[in-house]
Ligand binder design. Structure first.
Ligand SMILES: NC(=O)c1ccc[n+]([C@@H]2O[C@H](COP(=O)([O-])OP(=O)(O)OC[C@H]3O[C@@H](n4cnc5c(N)ncnc54)[C@H](OP(=O)(O)O)[C@@H]3O)[C@@H](O)[C@H]2O)c1
Length: 295
């Protein structure tokens, strides 16, 4: 298995040999994995155009001060489909789209003012809407557009979907909500890659591993403290920069179509391929849920 310094050297070499610097859009780029991705891409390829999206303006300004003149920030609450529709109109080019927005929400039943399950709005519906809105730019990318949704490609399992409560309108648990998010991300990239008009685009669902980020900081202490202790004892967690190197490694070698990526940027091969009926049902549900917010 490749070590981080090997993939870093190969990433730097590939990125520096590109004919034109890539346009990289990072949703959830103000913290954690997204922040690490922004700074790592900038270090490997200072000419890359990096746009970070999030709500925290002061965190964004700190990152922009490191990105220099090729960095930009778009402020938005991306749990709201209306905001995603508005801000995507400001984006004029994208070769790599990183979807790393997220929270760990203990209230699995919370809904946004657009009446979408809050966790799924961040982990799934909003991600699909970003892809949909930016697909014309991704298809036109001279590098071949790349989309990476950072969540958990190792645990996605279509058998855990409750097909009668896809949008979690009726009561659900934390576990059901995360299982839906993981499996939906798995299936939707399979669906999008199967569309002939997307043949120039690579769709990736990634598992980043344990990454040292503030995502668990708002959890109740009885979950947060044992989690921190476990991470400290096992030393399994990596820095956001290390995670970014492996993700960039995976992105740069991803072929057209869809890919399930592990924490080393390698393909996960033992995945269940969803059947056509499941993909169609998920797509119809997703399209209906997102479209309903457009009026
Ligand atoms: N860290 C890990 O070990 C790990 C492991 C597996 C999967 N993941 C997944 O990876 C993703 C990123 O996690 P992370 O650890 O990097 O978390 P993080 O450090 O907390 O970053 C989350 C990002 O999401 C953005 N965000 C959250 N809610 C938002 C909203 N309503 N509108 C706009 N932006 C919003 C935050 O931006 P603002 O605060 O600026 O709004 C921030 O940039 C998550 O989906 C997480 O579930 C993480």
């Amino acid at each position: 298995m490749a070590a981080v310094h090997d993939v870093a050297a190969s990433n730097a070499q590939i990125l520096s040999s590109l004919q034109s610097p890539p346009h990289v859009v990072i949703v959830g780029g103000t913290s954690g994995i997204g922040r690490g991705f922004a700074l790592t891409i900038n270090r490997l390829c200072p000419a890359a155009h990096v746009t970070i999206i999030g709500r925290n303006e002061s965190a964004a300004n700190e990152i922009l001060s490191q990105l220099g003149s090729n960095g930009s920030f778009i402020r938005a609450d991306v749990s709201l489909m209306s905001e995603i529709r508005t801000i995507t109109k400001k984006i004029k080019a994208v070769d790599i789209l990183v979807l790393s927005q997220g929270v760990i929400s203990m209230d699995a039943f919370a809904r946004t003012k657009e009446n979408i399950n809050y966790a799924l709005a961040l982990n799934y519906y909003g991600r699909v809407l970003f892809i949909e809105e930016l697909l014309p730019l991704l298809r036109a990318s001279p590098l071949g557009g790349k989309v990476i949704s950072v969540l958990n490609s190792k645990k996605g399992d279509p058998s855990k979907i409750n097909w009668n409560n896809m949008g979690l309108e009726t009561k659900c648990s934390f576990l059901v909500a995360i299982n839906h998010a993981f499996a939906f991300n798995d299936l939707i990239i399979q669906y999008l890659a199967s569309q002939p008009e997307n043949s120039n685009v690579s769709f990736i669902h990634a598992y980043p591993g344990f990454v040292k980020t503030p995502i668990g900081d708002n959890l109740p202490f009885y979950i947060r403290l044992p989690m921190k202790a476990m991470i400290a004892i096992t030393r399994v967690a990596v820095s956001p920069d290390e995670c970014a190197e492996f993700m960039i490694h995976g992105i740069l070698k991803a072929e057209k179509g869809y890919m399930y990526m592990d924490e080393k940027g390698e393909t996960i091969t033992n995945k269940t391929v969803a059947n056509e009926e499941m993909l169609q049902k998920l797509w119809e549900h997703t399209h209906e849920s997102i479209s309903r917010t457009a009026s």
